[in-house]
Ligand binder design. Structure first.
Ligand SMILES: NC(=O)c1ccc[n+]([C@@H]2O[C@H](COP(=O)([O-])OP(=O)(O)OC[C@H]3O[C@@H](n4cnc5c(N)ncnc54)[C@H](O)[C@@H]3O)[C@@H](O)[C@H]2O)c1
Length: 332
């Protein structure tokens, strides 16, 4: 996550094209630029572009004040990112393309058809989809061997994990090269063995969200209590005691009766229920609808929330508490 040492012998870094200038596209561009890569960020959203570099600069200063990177490097890091609305210009000279457009299968397929018409066969292509199977997106491609899932976490310039997901036709060499690229970008690449919707992280996270919603819908507890229990209960120790390590510690024989008793009582809905859909129908979407969601957030509270997240993660990264790429084998 820190700037490279700039050793004279280091090979030149390939240029990165990031497609889609929303939250992830901006943050992934920032992550690559922090690691010394030249980035071209392409999006449809001209309006968005006006503020992109200023926002990235602010974030770089904010995290530098907390020990991630250096304030002296901020200008050079921002200068490594160029923005364009022209896809061909973004792809020109790029060795790796990371797609970060909205989570819509047909939109992503259409984009990759365009990308394939413009990029040479040697260019590696990746999607940052959160949940869609890589094989389904790859159906749009003539050369699916050079296409892979590279799933980042938000905020991408601080969160270390990138899940690398091969589609059914992804070449092993593509997985290897993208794994090496993510490590060069200061990330901890994790191989997902099988192309399954949601990969690893989002399967785990959204099964937790389904149960959180289920608990509230069933009247077992309210939303504040759910957040409180997760925040100061199991959530506070996940980093040092994730599930398989926890099971080893307590004894696998004890886990069997607990799971067998509990699982039949857990939510197993296959569709989102009224707790969410009623709010969406009422236009209560959270921060983006004047702060009205499960609770009401003033603009100051929204700002404080975002800063708390960045502050928390930046301090952990600076302390080395979120792992270091060199300490991990890329295999899950
Ligand atoms: N938000 C997250 O926490 C998160 C985390 C990991 C992965 N992802 C995934 O990353 C992708 C992007 O998510 P986001 O949150 O940044 O979305 P977003 O809505 O913030 O940004 C999407 C951007 O893509 C642009 N765009 C739309 N169509 C385009 C096209 N054809 N060509 C170029 N640009 C186009 C939009 O103008 C917008 O700027 C999604 O697949 C999402 O699931 C999101």
């Amino acid at each position: 996550m820190t700037q490279p040492s700039g050793a004279a012998a280091a090979p030149p870094k390939e240029r990165i094209a990031v497609i889609g200038g929303g939250m992830m596209g901006q943050a992934c561009s920032q992550a690559f630029a922090m690691a010394g890569f030249e980035v071209r960020l392409q999006s449809l959203d001209d309006e968005l572009f006006r503020g992109v570099k200023e926002r990235i600069r602010r974030d770089l200063v904010f995290i530098a004040e907390r020990g991630v990177g250096s304030a002296a490097d901020v200008d050079a890091t921002v200068a490594r990112i160029t923005t364009t609305a022209d896809l061909a210009a973004a792809l020109d000279g790029a060795g790796f393309v990371l797609e970060c457009i909205p989570e819509d299968l047909e939109l992503k397929r259409a984009l990759f058809r365009q990308v394939e018409a413009l990029a040479g066969p040697e260019v590696l292509l990746a999607t940052n989809t959160s949940v869609i199977r890589i094989t389904e997106i790859a159906e749009a491609l003539a050369l699916p061997g050079r296409f892979v899932g590279a799933h980042w976490w938000t905020p991408a310039y601080l969160m270390p994990i990138v899940e690398i997901i091969p589609g059914e036709k992804t070449a092993p060499e593509t997985v290897e090269r993208v794994t090496a690229l993510m490590a060069a970008a200061g990330k901890i690449p994790v191989h997902v063995k099988k192309d399954a919707a949601g990969f690893i992280g989002n399967r785990l996270l959204h099964c937790l969200y389904r149960e959180a919603l289920h608990i509230v819908e069933e009247g077992i507890a309210d939303a504040d209590a759910v957040d409180l229990v997760l925040r100061y209960g199991p959530g506070s120790r996940f980093q040092v005691m994730p599930p398989f390590e926890h099971m080893d510690m307590v004894g696998l024989d004890l886990i069997v009766p607990v799971e067998n008793y509990l699982w039949p009582h857990l939510g197993n809905e296959s569709k989102v229920g009224p707790l969410l859909t009623d709010k969406v129908a009422a236009g209560e979407l959270g921060f983006k609808s004047d702060g009205v969601g499960f609770r009401t957030w003033s603009p100051e509270e929204q700002k404080a929330f975002r800063e708390r997240l960045l502050d928390h993660l930046a301090r952990q990264v600076a302390a080395g508490a979120l792992g270091r790429p060199e300490a991990h084998s890329p295999h899950s």
